[in-house]
Design a protein around this ligand. Sequence first.
Ligand SMILES: Cc1cc2nc3c(=O)[nH]c(=O)nc-3n(C[C@H](O)[C@H](O)[C@H](O)COP(=O)(O)O)c2cc1C
Length: 338
Amino acid sequence: MKTANLTDPLEIRGIRLRGRIAAAPIATASADPEGGPTPRSLEIYRRLAGSGVDLVVVEHHAVCRKGRARLAQFRLDSDPAAETNRPLAELFRDADCPALVQINHAGSQIRDEALLAEKYSISAPSEVKHPSCALALKPRAMDGKEIAATIESFAAAARRAIHAGYPGVQVHACHGYLLGQFLSPITNLRRDEYGGKIQNRARLLFEVVEAVRPVLGNDGVLSVRLGLSDSFPKDPPEGLCLEDGLWVARELGRLGIDHLDVSGNLCGYDAPGEAFFADWARAAREAAGKVPVTCTGGIRKLETAQALVAGGACDIVGIGRGLQKDPELVRKWKEILG
Ligand SMILES: Cc1cc2nc3c(=O)[nH]c(=O)nc-3n(C[C@H](O)[C@H](O)[C@H](O)COP(=O)(O)O)c2cc1C
């Protein structure tokens, strides 16, 4: 079998990538009060769209007001909010740079005290304080009605993303946000059909995927960013285990998602070393069948990126902080690759 190269094109449903290097989603906390881009946001993303990357995953956008992590977060929670986001989506089209927009519900992982001034109840799978939330919050366990409304919020946000001009969405199911809170037995203590064994803890994610797929139409790309485990590869296992995370990846493949992006769940995304999720990405790629997989996390050198793709660990490499540090990084790599 021919080995893949960073400069090989790749088709993901309705979009064609020129190569295999993606800009990972990085929250800029730069949105305006309507949840749309400010001049600073447009400048950040204009530069990223012209940086030589083959795909941009635009930072997490809240699917509803209660699903925000921060005040200055982007939102796709209403039709007017989608309209204000149109210039951001169009910027990528103008730059001929494919971009997916990430949609998220923060659940109990609120990162901004200012949100609490709005005095709404914080929702989560169970009444468990989030282990990595610095604020003293006691969330309320979601009931069936709120779960159904959340699924509908993801579907509506996806419909708005397409309307705003994006060719697809990425469902955020990692880093301990709501869908990750359901996946983890640390934050999910429910005794109903959404709690207990992994088949139940993953139910909300699967229902979100099933609700989002039809609203994207034939060409819309459905990507999932999945936190495969609550503990980093070299740490003692606790909470969501890798075996269960890989089972979820396999089922997502069966459900027909178009792209899988691998990351950590409650442990987050920042472990020591280079390409710290490489083994997880390889395992997820095997589990998910033909679904193209992105590996992100600690990729700093061109040789590392090349080896990951050529060695079959992943189809796409994601770069986050490396591009923040050096916006010319990918351009320099592409000059070397020719
Ligand atoms: C400031 C900051 C904001 C981030 N925002 C998001 C986000 O909105 N969505 C997401 O899935 N990951 C987010 N991440 C995680 C990155 O996408 C990426 O997984 C992480 O930085 C590890 O990759 P890197 O070593 O290449 O930076 C964020 C990371 C940082 C440092």
